[in-house]
Design a protein around this ligand. Structure first.
Ligand code: HEC
Length: 136
């Protein structure tokens, strides 16, 4: 009885730890998301292409950098509302790219604002490969 009980208690403690970790950090990691978009695109992310894609304009008024800054390692500022935006590069923001639904939502929204279309999986992989290469 006693060993079984302590096993259960340990199991519960581990489950709680895992839950706390995922509740705090989201449901994925930047590396996992890079893997997801690379697999979808059939090619690994290209950091140099991602940097160019991020910093240039695509026919409209804004680039990604308009809100996220150059480089996106510090707090950015929304180009029209001036609301602060947490750093996009994962090495500078532990929560960046740790929630798949959030990443999908903002990629969809921001790409429509900047490119007037959704970004392709290859473009997302390129941008994230570049963001992951930015280190303090
Ligand atoms: C008009 C301002 C604006 C522009 C332009 C913009 N973004 Fe964003 N972006 C935001 C805001 C605001 C958030 C949400 C920040 C938060 O809640 O942490 C965000 C969040 C994101 C996220 C989610 C990050 C995560 O943790 O999952 C990604 C990815 C992203 N932006 C990529 C881009 C890309 C790529 C471009 C260019 C195509 C771009 N953004 C252009 C304002 C902008």
């Amino acid at each position: 009885m006693k060993p079984a009980l302590s096993f259960l208690a340990r199991l519960a403690a581990v489950a709680m730890l895992v839950f706390a970790a995922t509740a705090q950090a989201g449901d994925t990691t930047p590396g996992e998301q890079l893997g997801r978009w690379s697999a979808e695109a059939g090619t690994p992310g290209n950091a140099a292409k991602g940097q160019m894609f991020f910093n240039r304009r695509h026919g409209g008024e804004w680039s990604c950098a308009s809100c996220h800054g150059i480089p996106p390692t510090r707090q950015g500022e929304h180009a029209s509302t001036a609301k602060p935006i947490a750093p996009l590069a994962p090495a500078f923001n532990a929560r960046a790219f740790t929630d798949a639904a959030k990443s999908d939502k903002w990629f969809r929204r921001n790409c429509k604002d900047v490119l007037d279309r959704e970004c392709s999986a290859a473009e997302k992989a390129d941008v994230l490969a570049w963001l992951l290469s930015l280190k303090p």
